[in-house]
Design a protein around this ligand. Structure first.
Ligand SMILES: NC(=O)C1=CN([C@@H]2O[C@H](COP(=O)(O)OP(=O)(O)OC[C@H]3O[C@@H](n4cnc5c(N)ncnc54)[C@H](OP(=O)(O)O)[C@@H]3O)[C@@H](O)[C@H]2O)C=CC1
Ligand SMILES: CC(=O)N[C@@H](CCC(=O)OP(=O)(O)O)C(=O)O
Length: 345
């Protein structure tokens, strides 16, 4: 297949290129840029020297239509609402890494993103690309809205419990930590070295745009869930997300019962690994891979369940999951191009 990446000069785009470059069903990758047309991608990314030697193309719907079968939009919010519809109408598959098409209610998008929402007709066509729980819809989708990085870790960590009726549904607290690559390639006063090295910050308290995305899915899975508490933090590392999730059990349970619930839920999922008793995952254990690793415990004293869910934000939290969706949409074996052993140490 021939694939295009819009936003190839960003971190999500570069990771798509790294992974698609060794995908056996991808014959050609065209890179599009809104600001660096005519430049070679190696000028932006010297690590691609002698591996990928191509010029960035301007984004033009007629050439996109001629050149590619699938377009990955690795662009900031606001861009996909402009391009996804046109590209789909031109007959290409669209996989959007941004948050533009994830929220079903445009007024919720406008309240949290503080910008105009995409047209409802476009949002309705997009399938939320969380393969472990939405695989059947992804198979026939033409437009995928790829989940956010924090929602991926949080939803995979919460799904078995929320679907089980074992918990107090108003008790969910998510304490999430991310590396700085989650903020993209452009440096900012929040993420640059002097600000982040030897530092640990909470940000966007009670107002992160991933709150409604997480709540939307949890509510779809169980109508008893309405709101959650979610607080994101930045940690001085490049890749990785850890979501530590606290939930009150509705009645007495055991760690063994909970682990069995998770093992059963993810028995056939190649990218979700449930840790054995007493093991809790660290971000480095999924670094550079498409895995989501989950550990859990039950505190008999407080009746609280703690779930620890880790991903690499650029892989399972963005580009790897996008390729997992690409594989499912096209009937390829789901792990194609994603058989990545985490880099350790
Ligand atoms: N980084 C991460 O861990 C994750 C990112 N995401 C989402 O994926 C998307 C990409 O993120 P990321 O790669 O980190 O961001 P970056 O800021 O690193 O890259 C975004 C790219 O978008 C392109 N771009 C900017 N403005 C426009 C425009 N008006 N029209 C077309 N292209 C534009 C730019 O490329 P150029 O100037 O060459 O056009 C830029 O390099 C975002 O929506 C992000 O929220 C989702 C999950 C995780
Ligand atoms: C560390 C950091 O800044 N992370 C980003 C999340 C990136 C992401 O997943 O954003 P989208 O929903 O737009 O895809 C943030 O908090 O906004």
């Amino acid at each position: 297949m021939r694939v295009g990446i819009i936003g190839a000069t960003g971190y999500g785009g570069a990771e798509l290129l790294r992974l698609l470059n060794q995908h056996p069903h991808v014959q050609d990758i065209i890179l599009y840029s809104s600001s660096k047309e005519g430049m070679n991608i190696q000028e932006s990314y010297p690590h691609l020297s002698e591996i990928y030697n191509k010029e960035l193309q301007s984004i033009n719907i007629d050439s996109v239509k001629e050149e590619v079968d699938t377009v990955f939009l690795a662009t900031p919010p606001g861009v996909s609402s402009e391009w996804a519809g046109k590209i789909a109408e031109a007959g290409c598959q669209v996989i959007d890494l941004s948050g533009d098409l994830r929220l079903e209610d445009p007024s919720v998008y406008e309240a949290w993103y503080k910008r105009e929402a995409a047209p409802s007709s476009l949002i309705q066509k997009a399938v939320y690309g969380l393969p472990e729980w939405n695989r059947e819809w992804i198979k026939s989708a033409k437009i995928i809205s790829n989940p956010g990085c924090y929602p991926t870790a949080t939803l995979l960590g919460l799904a078995p419990l929320v679907k089980s009726d074992l918990i107090e549904f108003d008790s969910i607290i998510v304490d999430a930590k991310s590396g700085t690559s989650g903020a993209g390639r452009s440096p900012s006063a929040i993420t640059h070295y002097s600000e982040m090295n030897e530092n640990f910050k909470i940000y966007q308290i009670n107002q992160h745009k991933h709150v409604p995305e997480i709540e939307q899915l949890l509510h779809q899975w169980n109508k008893k869930v309405s709101t959650i508490t979610f607080q994101p933090h930045l940690v001085p590392m490049v890749r990785g997300i850890m979501a530590t999730i606290y939930v009150k059990a509705r009645k007495k349970t055991t760690e063994q019962e909970l682990r069995e619930l998770y093992r059963e839920a993810y028995r056939h999922e190649r990218f979700v690994r449930v840790r054995p008793d007493g093991q809790y995952p660290a971000t480095k254990e999924v670094y550079g891979s498409n895995y989501c690793d989950i550990g859990l415990t039950y505190d008999e004293r407080t009746g609280r369940i703690t779930i620890v869910s880790v991903i690499d934000n650029v892989v399972k939290g963005a580009s790897g999951q996008a390729i997992q969706n690409f594989n499912i949409m096209n009937g390829f074996e789901e792990g194609t191009g994603l058989k990545l052993v985490p880099m350790y140490p």
